[in-house]
Design a protein around this ligand. Sequence first.
Ligand code: NDP
Length: 434
Amino acid sequence: AQRNPGQPEFLQAVTEVMESLWPFIEKHPRYAEQALLERLVEPERVIMFRVSWFDDHGNVHVNRGYRIQHSMAVGPFKGGIRFHPSVTLSVLKFLAFEQTFKNALTTLPMGGGKGGSDFDPKGKSPTEIMRFCQAFVTELFRHVGPDTDVPAGDIGVGGREVGFMAGMYKKLANNAASVFTGKGLSFGGSLIRPEATGYGCVYFAQEMLATRGQSLEGKTVSVSGSGNVAQYSVEKAMQLGAKVVTVSDSSGTIYDPEGFTAEKLAILMDVKNHHYGRVNDYAKRTGVEFLPGKTPWHIPADVALPSATQNELDEQDARTLIKNGVLCVAEGANMPSTNEAAKVFETAGVLYAPGKASNAGGVATSGLEMSQNAQRLSWTRDEVDARLLQIMKSIHGACLQHGKRADGSVSYIDGANIAGFVKVADAMLAQGVV
Ligand code: NDP
């Protein structure tokens, strides 16, 4: 804490991982050597930079840009770019730290990183978004490359923004290397990448439920957020026979007791992805209920998929969900549950998956995009989807293997942390103290 003042999210993420690792390292003392843990909590490199840009009226704005290059032990730095006013050094350091374990869990050769800016895309015109992305890459481009650091999207950065950044990278670097993932299909993107995080999270929930002889068929599901991850979580959960009753954004929650349909989801996607609107605009178009300022957690559900942002579900929310009979919580977002909420779920015997396991399908499919780019090939939708499902099953298997407790129950928190750690730690030990 003394080394990282004013970084609560980073300390939160590190604390959660260390609580899982201590007992494991006591049993496997080789992982206490070479100051492994001390090195693992220190990013290899932190880049902070000024981003100045003109709005449509000729005014100059200044934002702060970041890239956290956390670990290259397993492969090139890899992780998304977030544009949101809540972005701080602490938030991006926690995300880059988590990403290192998550990427290791996918078994693909990717290290961990994260970047972004406190720029707020809300209310900006398309030309302002383009100018900001270009200004951001004017500095970022010298720090990234296909074998160095491969960024992608995250909150506030979707296919449109990745396209603008990839375009500017090419111009500045005079190099067509595929240095971003989440690209459009017309210039090297992969089929299923937009769907991958949400689909992967639902595949993971399905695996968890299967350990108790259950499935999503007929279950009531609550989803938070209404962006990329939330939308495709809704789609896949519906396809597997669930009734999805909520989505949300920072203005409030949609509650639809009848459940989403394909038609309603198409309207949500139109509102969010084409009009950059709010969930209340969706409520007005469909006539469903909008609960201003509310999160979805007071609404009864069998399965909850928090897919908005960090610390959106606290201990009280966890208790409310449990009181209302929740069976399974699979995180689509990164660290949406506070550490206290996560403990409440595990203690109550809820099937609880931390984001680094259940939302790894996005980065795994980014890894598949990198493989396709390297081979200059495009795989079919079915092929990528089948690989995604396989990877989610394998992450689930790794969590079971490393997360089994003496009483036979499973901690997915311990399982994900230990399985990810073992891969990164073995790579670090093999490569010496660097
Ligand atoms: P989007 O920008 O597409 O959507 C984000 C959603 O979360 C929006 O509904 C947004 O609402 C809401 N949200 C964001 N910040 C806040 C906040 N401070 N308070 C309340 N609501 C908020 O992002 P994604 O769907 O891509 O990302 C969602 C989560 O999933 C993030 O935690 C991200 O790190 C994680 N993730 C994403 C992956 C991906 O492939 N995209 C991969 C793995 C994890 P509003 O518009 O009102 O801000």
